[in-house]
Design a protein around this ligand. Structure first.
Ligand SMILES: Nc1nc2c(c(=O)[nH]1)N(C=O)[C@@H](CNc1ccc(C(=O)N[C@@H](CCC(=O)O)C(=O)O)cc1)CN2
Ligand SMILES: Nc1ncnc2c1ncn2[C@@H]1O[C@H](COP(=O)(O)OP(=O)(O)OP(=O)(O)O)[C@@H](O)[C@H]1O
Length: 195
């Protein structure tokens, strides 16, 4: 019986690649809605009240693209709270590091479309108290996460384990993980949901 159920679920799991494509389409449409604006606000407020955040002094957070939860107002609040904010930058071999981000930082757009700090003198810190991990989809049953497919966060977190948190709007979260989770996929410690 157990094996039959397990087989049923395996047969109905979607590949990460397929779901990525579906989610990018869904999130692109959602990005233009009023609902997204209101959910961004709710998620920001919930995050700022969470104990993981209040306890953390150094925080890793990405500069969002339009289809992601808007991190600009979150970063502004973190600065006001006196937190040290670090943003990721991609390195060769799908590696990533975090660089200090303050009001004087100049951001450069990469080929992939994200803003990064490319200053060679930037302060690098990969030992952060908390990392807010971006994603396209999250599964509530396993705290699983699907990203853009670079494998940057899984590689990074394997080397520099720390507390992780993700913000999930209504277009990003799934009650069940309907995609094939792989061995290298690191679950997110805390998911903050819009509802
Ligand atoms: N806002 C934000 N920043 C982020 C991430 C994210 O998900 N969101 N990342 C989360 O991981 C990292 C960047 N993730 C990436 C994921 C995939 C590819 C990628 O597929 N690149 C193609 C080339 C794309 C092009 O040249 O246009 C490749 O390497 O083949 C690049 C970056 C770090 N910064
Ligand atoms: N820790 C790791 N060590 C080696 N390879 C890895 C590791 N994590 C991921 N990979 C490889 O990177 C590729 C992309 O992984 P995956 O599909 O999990 O990316 P993702 O989590 O969606 O992306 P991202 O973290 O950049 O948002 C896969 O080929 C995977 O095998």
């Amino acid at each position: 019986m157990f094996f039959c159920i397990q087989r049923y679920y395996l047969m109905h799991l979607i590949s990460k690649k397929e779901l990525r494509k579906l989610q990018i389409k869904k999130l692109t449409e959602f990005a233009n809605s009023k609902q997204k604006l209101s959910e961004d606000k709710i998620l920001k407020e919930k995050l700022l009240r969470s104990s993981l955040l209040t306890k953390a002094e150094s925080i890793g957070i990405s500069v969002s693209m339009p289809i992601e939860v808007n991190t600009a107002p979150i970063i502004a609040s973190l600065w006001k709270m006196g937190k040290r904010v670090y943003i990721p930058r991609c390195l060769p071999k799908r590696k990533m590091e975090f660089t200090l981000y303050d009001k004087n930082t100049i951001l450069v757009k990469t080929k992939f479309g994200v803003l990064e700090n490319h200053d060679s003198e930037a302060i690098v810190n990969n030992n952060l108290d908390l990392i807010i991990v971006p994603g396209l989809a999250y599964g509530l049953d396993r705290n699983s996460r699907l990203g853009f497919g670079g494998g940057y966060y899984d590689r990074f977190l394997e080397k520099y384990p720390t507390q992780t948190l993700s913000l999930a709007n209504s277009a990003q979260f799934f009650k069940q993980t309907t995609w094939r989770v792989e061995e290298h996929d690191i679950p997110i410690e805390k998911l903050i949901l819009v509802k």
